[in-house]
Design a protein around this ligand. Structure first.
Ligand SMILES: Cc1ncc(C[n+]2csc(CCOP(=O)(O)OP(=O)(O)O)c2C)c(N)n1
Length: 342
């Protein structure tokens, strides 16, 4: 295990653990989508980027931005709605943008692909041997603009790497139920070079990204990397499906009771539709409970295990990351009553 990959994964996770805590304390408003479980993909890909490379992201944008080196305090200040945040406190967690890092995100599902194509087009015209990377989910690949990008990027031979994090779900819709073909096959049909990796294995992601990005810098056709990744923390923080998987006897019974009750209430939903919801709920809960039971599901734990051969380096990294996040939090909460000690 390369220590820097472990460090970057840990930074991404620790940052998001801090964000989750702020959200639970009510200091961040709105929904919160985290990339818990996607750290190996972020570290394995983004550590290859150089100055002048672009990065286009979707709603789970924190891990790649943290790895890219965007200042944590400015990101946190943005989430807290402060005027000195990355987007002047108006963008929130899904619309972060750093001009300095040529990195931005969008909550419009599918938008990261054309955004990445634009960054790649600019790179090809203005910055020789520079490239762009667009992160997307598998669900987003059914968007028209995503498919148009798969087409145009080849037609224009853009230096673009699309990284598709495939967790098989789009909120509560199974991708398989609404998608024709596998994501990589679609990209290959348009003429992209493609690769597939286990998105929990940071070394595998790092090696695959190195090959694809290396070829892009030499002017080869656009590249598509499919990284399979279980969704460890639900669609968003507080996801009721995750609560059901974790506490089936309390939260599960309560939430399923609400759904079933809809069938019997006057003017309630049709029994057939409620049956469909219950079936989908069962599949979601099974998938999440399975990911939780499977110790190998957490890529950070895998990376930590691989660091066991070098415990001194591992401990030093863990202390340094802990201190980095603690001081970023302290600085971000400087004007928040209760601040870090609440
Ligand atoms: C254009 C658009 N349609 C719908 C939504 C609502 N939405 C937010 S996340 C999401 C699912 C996206 O699934 P995927 O791309 O697989 O990413 P994941 O959340 O699984 O990481 C949807 C449909 C949106 N934000 N934008």
């Amino acid at each position: 295990m390369h220590p820097d990959l472990y460090r970057q994964m840990l930074r991404a996770r620790a940052y998001e653990v801090a964000v989750a805590d702020l959200w639970r304390r009510g200091l961040i408003s709105g929904e919160m989508h985290l990339g818990t479980g996607e750290e190996a993909v972020a570290a394995g890909v983004v550590t290859h980027l150089r100055d002048g490379d672009g990065l286009a992201l979707a709603h789970r944008c924190s891990p790649p931005l943290v790895v890219r080196g965007v200042p944590l305090v400015r990101m946190l200040r943005e989430l807290l709605g402060k005027p000195d945040g990355l987007g002047h406190g108006r963008a929130g967690h899904m619309h972060l943008f750093s001009r300095e890092h040529l990195a931005g995100s969008s909550g419009v599902v599918g938008a990261s692909l054309p955004m990445g194509a634009g960054l790649a087009l600019a790179a090809s015209r203005l910055r020789p041997r520079r490239i762009a990377v667009a992160f997307t989910g598998d669900g987003a690949l059914n968007q028209g603009m995503a498919l148009e990008t798969l087409n145009l990027a080849v037609a224009w031979n853009l230096p673009l790497l699309v990284v598709c994090i495939d967790n098989r779900w789009a909120i509560a819709t199974r991708s398989a139920d609404v998608s024709g073909g596998e994501p990589g096959e679609r990209a290959a049909a348009f003429g992209w070079q493609t690769a597939r990796v286990d998105g929990r294995d940071v070394l595998a992601v790092h090696a695959a990204a190195q090959t694809l990005i290396g070829r892009l810098r030499k002017g080869r056709k656009p590249a598509f990397l499919l990284a399979t990744c279980p969704r460890l923390d639900g669609h968003f923080l507080g996801d009721p499906m995750l609560r059901m998987a974790r506490q089936p006897l309390t939260d599960g019974r309560e939430l399923l009771g609400e759904v079933a009750g809809a069938a019997t209430r006057k003017g309630g939903d049709l029994l057939r539709r409620v049956g469909g919801v219950l079936r989908m709920t069962r599949l979601l809960v099974q998938a999440r409970a399975g990911a939780e039971r499977d110790g190998r599901g957490d890529p950070l734990q895998q990376a930590r295990d691989a660091m066991a051969r070098d415990p001194e380096v591992r401990d030093r990294i863990e202390h340094e990351v802990h201190d980095e996040i603690a001081s970023a939090l302290e600085a971000a909460l400087i004007d928040t009553p209760g601040g870090v000690d609440a």
